[in-house]
Design a protein around this ligand. Structure first.
Ligand code: AVJ
Length: 317
């Protein structure tokens, strides 16, 4: 990509960050979209979260994939193009690619740097497999590379990333994916299950304070990138189970009456007031099937761990 394009892209991203933060701090309740967690430090902290003893989703889902990728391969058959939505740096993808004899691997991600890094690593591990990264926002229908258009597709959407959206946006996303993947496609999706708050809360408020650091890093990013002077020490991390909405909410709570400036605008918060920074929706088996059906997908098989913590679902368009 040309240097000017890269600059344009960085400028656009910066403007979007500023707009989301100013709107989010001005709204009541205050809320900033979770996508802004993932600057370099935020991505590092998220990787650290996935290794925490309390954070079961990554561990359980990876084990489910290791155990059941063979079954996915038998159902899906060989020769599919695997399309991963939000290509992580994950240890998960190799399990799937080893088991299903894919014809190509297409990771789609909005962040180009990270995308090319993980694509290169995967290509090195799977010599002979065409790896074709696509830099795009998969919330809308994505035009797939010409080389894979004629192939049957297997979509891969691990990590319970769909949980960041509520049911309405989740359905929109599933429909966009069905559009991207086309007729005859299958989708392998990971979804976190509803469970006791005694397990959920520590998963989002760990003893070591890594999740707290992840949440508070958003304030550091705002101060650094948007010329802010938020008194970060006056905030604490909060993880709440909202039973009505079946979701974990993360908030940043002001511990005193404070005021601060961000991008030239003044904000005041009262002690106890929060900034809502993330939703992580959880689904029971029926809810998951309902969401998939509303999004245009028919569940075929479902795998879960003995404790029913996490589900891996294979669905067809
Ligand atoms: C990457 C959105 C799936 O909701 O569990 C982990 C993000 N936030 N700990 C999740 C997250 C706090 C994670 N997702």
């Amino acid at each position: 990509m040309a240097a000017t394009d890269l600059l344009d892209r960085a400028g656009t991203l910066h403007a979007a960050f500023r707009a989301d933060v100013i709107a989010g701090l001005s709204a009541r309740p205050r809320a900033i979209p979770a996508r802004w967690f993932y600057d370099h430090r935020g991505s590092e902290l998220f990787e650290a979260i996935t290794r925490l003893p309390e954070y079961y989703p990554t561990r359980v889902e990876t084990a489910l994939l290791a155990e059941h990728a063979g079954a996915v391969g038998r159902i899906a058959g060989p020769g599919r193009a695997v399309i991963e939505f939000g290509s992580g740096s994950s240890a998960k993808t190799p399990h799937l690619l080893s088991a299903i004899a894919p014809a190509a691997y297409v990771p789609i991600d909005i962040s180009g740097d990270f995308l090319r890094q993980s694509a290169d690593a995967l290509a090195a591990d799977f010599p002979g497999l065409p790896v074709i990264p696509v830099e795009a926002d998969f919330m809308a229908r994505v035009a797939l590379p010409r080389d894979v258009r004629h192939l049957p597709k297997l979509g891969f959407f691990p990590g319970s990333t769909i949980g960041n959206m509520g049911p309405a946006h989740g359905v929109d996303l599933l429909r966009a994916m069905a559009g991207t993947l086309g007729e005859g496609a299958m989708l392998l999706i990971g979804m976190d299950r509803v469970k006791s708050p005694a397990i959920l809360i520590p998963a989002y408020d760990d003893a070591e304070g890594v999740t707290a650091a992840f949440n508070l890093n958003l304030l550091h990013r705002i101060n650094r990138e948007l010329d802010g002077d938020i008194p970060i020490a006056a905030f604490r991390h909060r993880a709440i189970w909202n039973d009505e909405a079946a979701r974990i909410e993360m908030h940043l709570e002001a511990m005193a009456d404070i005021s601060f400036t961000v991008a030239g605008q003044r904000f005041a918060m009262a002690a106890g007031e929060t900034i809502h920074t993330e939703n992580s929706h959880k689904y029971d088996p029926r809810g998951a099937r309902l969401l998939l059906a509303a999004g245009g997908w028919t569940p075929m098989r479902e795998w879960t761990d003995p404790d029913g913590l996490f589900a891996l679902i294979l669905a067809e368009a």
